[in-house]
Design a protein around this ligand. Sequence first.
Ligand SMILES: CC(C)(COP(=O)(O)OP(=O)(O)OC[C@H]1O[C@@H](n2cnc3c(N)ncnc32)[C@H](O)[C@@H]1OP(=O)(O)O)[C@@H](O)C(=O)NCCC(=O)NCCS
Length: 194
Amino acid sequence: MISIRRARPGDAAAIAAVHVAAWRSAYAGILRDGYLAELSEPRLAGFYHRAILDRREGHAVFVATAAPEAAEAGTPQVVGFASGGRARRRGLAEGEVETLYVLDDYRERGCGRRLMRAMAAHLRAIGCNSAMAWVLEENPSRFFYRHLGGRIAMREAIRVAGQGVEQIALLWDPIDTLLAATAPVPEGRLREDG
Ligand SMILES: CC(C)(COP(=O)(O)OP(=O)(O)OC[C@H]1O[C@@H](n2cnc3c(N)ncnc32)[C@H](O)[C@@H]1OP(=O)(O)O)[C@@H](O)C(=O)NCCC(=O)NCCS
């Protein structure tokens, strides 16, 4: 069973592991192989540890955890995460989803939608009436955001690790459009992991 909850400092290493795995999968062929190979879990764990504790600008981190199969022992494993807060750049939207990553083996089970819903509910709770997310234009995940009703609001060239790439801003204005698109599936239409 998949659960969504606010991240705790002790999740930082697991979040870093998801970050590295998801980046190496999602950005293969988009970002340089050498850069992806050099991603450091310990360094990212430090980054996420600070991010979980830093609640300035309404910043929040959520995790998706998967309970072990009935026959297995152990604690739920972090299989995805999202983070965000008040938009880092003014003018496009009030709130921003800064990261969203789900392990390959757990995709298409509703984790992404539920993490987006947690972020949307959080952003609205802190007073954001609109939300946005940046995505690399070549990343097929842009269709996920489009599927959830995100409207392309801006396109720009940036550099990631010295490499020129295009990114697009997806916008939900008002934020209720994102809350509606991520509403829980009604009874009878429940997916495998509900
Ligand atoms: C994008 C991502 C978070 C989606 O997570 P997910 O858990 O697979 O998504 P869900 O299962 O919640 O999917 C929700 C809906 O979106 C659809 N969907 C998922 N990924 C999609 C994609 N790439 N393109 C189009 N639709 C997509 C699902 O089919 C589902 O449709 P439904 O309305 O019929 O149920 C995940 O694919 C991922 O981590 N990708 C790699 C990392 C990445 O690029 N993140 C974004 C960085 S900005």
